[in-house]
Unconditional design. Structure first.
Lengths: 275, 269
């Protein structure tokens, strides 16, 4: 890092406050996969805190263990060391307080859109009729009203991904985990989805942890951006994004925005290429 | 589906699913008849279609009577192969340990010619229906297992993770995600299996039986009664087609959502 020049306010690294009970807290969390060819370290010990209602974005080169991070927080994988607290509770098994959105919409082709959105309710054996109205409301929120009875293949990729966002929200979890949610969409749809996601997050006030390859996407969406190093992944830096909300796509021309993008990009050039 | 413009009666008839294969069949029969006349093939080598039809007409009650044991053995063998094949596939797909122990042996067992061991079942179970059922089962079992294993394994691991993160129990995840996902593959295995089960039942009848279409074939070849043998072949082919069609109909009912079953594409913009 260039020490000679005093960085502007938005380019300072953010030091984490000691976490309170709300939000997500990781302390000393690392992950090593045991394979037949020996141990493969995926994540070096991570310490950070995601605040309640925060839009937290992780960028990093591919294979840096971003997806592992997501599985750890959702409780699908146990960490090798350290502990993860979600709302003050230690995560050991799937806790259901998360909604997950993957790169592919992963809708079940035999269920119509409404029933796909209702999948978490069925899995958790909650009362269907209580959540039916909420599911329809969510579909309306993402502009899929009237598509409830359609099968997934009858919808475009962007619409399918919107349905999968509804599915992640239907059981009203505190946290939404998104693993490159718009990576499979074309650039135009992707920008639209970003604006829409920001609106959804504002309206539902969820804590969002989003993983992406795209630095502009990260800065555009985030309250804070975590930059990861190459495998085994570690925290390279965490940046505050002081851009006012609500943001429109015009914010991408803002000098603060461009400067941040450039600053984050430098991390990857010093490490090697970002692919 | 509404047709935008009225069509002629002929082209409409051509569009019915059964007409084209039927036309092709007629073509084959005509070619068969012509080549017999043209190359002067004697009747003891290949009977003419007319002779076969004549046998089908006169021997109809007997052929029908003999086709019941074959049908029965085929259906029993097929149902058994589905009943055992799908759970075995679940175990193989679900556990690496089971797979490493069972799968290679299963493949190995397939290289044992069933016809060679069929007499063994007659020694063990006599001349009744059981050797035929076992023979049909042995032929039908393998394709079900192979396709179902492939079906169970092709589930997107992210989808399973997603369901697990929703706190679904193992069984729930299996029932809502893995099983429906594997159904198209299972059905393609069942379709292969049902036609092979017919072959299996006939093999069982060849080696030791006093009833069934296989027995009729065996007997008629012994007396050089080729028209009867060909008539029996026609019955067997019909049996295979009907059973295949039935599995196909069931598939359409069970997995109407699958790509292969989509008849008209409605695109929502």
């Amino acid at each position: 890092m260039n020490e000679a020049v005093q960085p502007a306010a938005h380019l300072r690294l953010v030091s984490d406050r000691a976490g309170d009970a709300s939000g997500i807290n990781l302390s000393g969390v690392s992950k090593t996969y045991r394979t037949r060819d020996g141990d493969v370290p995926s994540l070096r010990p991570l310490d950070f805190h995601i605040n309640d209602g925060e839009f937290f974005v992780v960028v990093g080169p591919s294979g840096c263990g971003k997806s592992t991070l997501l599985k750890l927080i959702s409780g699908l994988l146990p960490p090798t060391t350290g502990e993860i607290l979600v709302e003050g509770e230690k995560v050991t098994t799937p806790h259901g307080n998360v909604g997950i959105v993957f790169q592919n919409a992963l809708l079940l082709p035999w269920r119509n859109i409404l029933n796909n959105v209702m999948l978490p309710i069925d899995m958790k054996r909650l009362a269907r009729d209580k959540y039916l109205a909420r599911a329809k409301e969510l579909l309306k929120l993402v502009g899929l009203e009237g598509f409830e009875k359609k099968l997934p293949w009858q919808l475009s990729g962007g619409m399918q991904q919107r349905a999968s966002i509804c599915r992640a929200l239907v059981h009203d979890p505190k946290i939404m985990l998104m693993d490159e949610p718009f990576g499979a969409l074309d650039a135009l749809t992707r920008e639209r989805m970003n604006v829409e996601l920001m609106r959804i997050q504002r309206e539902t006030k969820k804590t969002v942890l989003l993983i992406t390859h795209s630095i502009p996407e990260a800065v555009f969406l985030a309250d804070r951006v975590l930059v990861m190093t190459e495998r085994p992944g570690a925290v390279a830096a965490i940046y505050d994004v002081p851009l006012p909300r609500p943001r429109s796509l015009d914010v991408m021309a803002d000098p603060v925005f461009t400067e941040l993008v450039q600053r984050i990009r430098k991390h990857f050039f010093s490490q090697g290429a970002l692919d | 589906m509404a047709e935008p413009k009225p069509q002629g009666a002929v082209s409409k008839m051509l569009n019915a699913a059964w007409v084209r294969p039927f036309l092709f069949l007629v073509f084959i029969v005509v070619a068969w008849d012509l080549s017999i006349r043209l190359f002067k093939i004697p009747a003891y080598q290949i009977p003419s279609p007319a002779d076969v039809v004549a046998v089908l007409r006169t021997e109809w009650p007997e052929l029908l009577r003999q086709s019941w044991p074959t049908t029965y053995a085929t259906v029993c063998g097929f149902l058994l192969s589905a009943l055992f094949g799908i759970p075995v596939a679940m175990l193989i797909a679900g556990s690496k340990t089971v797979e490493s122990y069972v799968y290679p042996l299963l493949v190995f067992s397939q290289s044992v010619p069933k016809i060679a061991i069929a007499p063994l079942f007659v020694v063990w179970f006599g001349f009744g229906i059981i050797p035929k059922v076992i023979s049909a089962f042995l032929l039908g079992f393998f394709p079900v297992v192979v396709s179902a294993v492939q079906g169970f394994k092709s589930v997107d691991p992210d989808m399973v993770d997603l369901a697990r993160a929703m706190q679904g129990s193992r069984f729930q995840v299996f029932r809502t995600v893995n099983l429906p996902h594997a159904l198209p593959a299972i059905f393609s295995g069942l379709k292969v299996s049902v036609t092979l089960a017919v072959v299996g039942a006939v093999v069982g009848e060849f080696v030791g039986s006093n009833s069934g279409i296989g027995y009729v074939m065996q007997r008629s070849i012994g007396t050089f009664d080729l028209p009867t043998m060909f008539a029996a072949l026609v019955i067997l082919a019909l049996l295979g087609v009907i059973l295949f069609w039935m599995v196909d109909r069931i598939e359409k009912l069970v997995i109407p959502w699958h790509v292969s079953q989509r008849e008209d594409v409605i695109f929502a913009s």
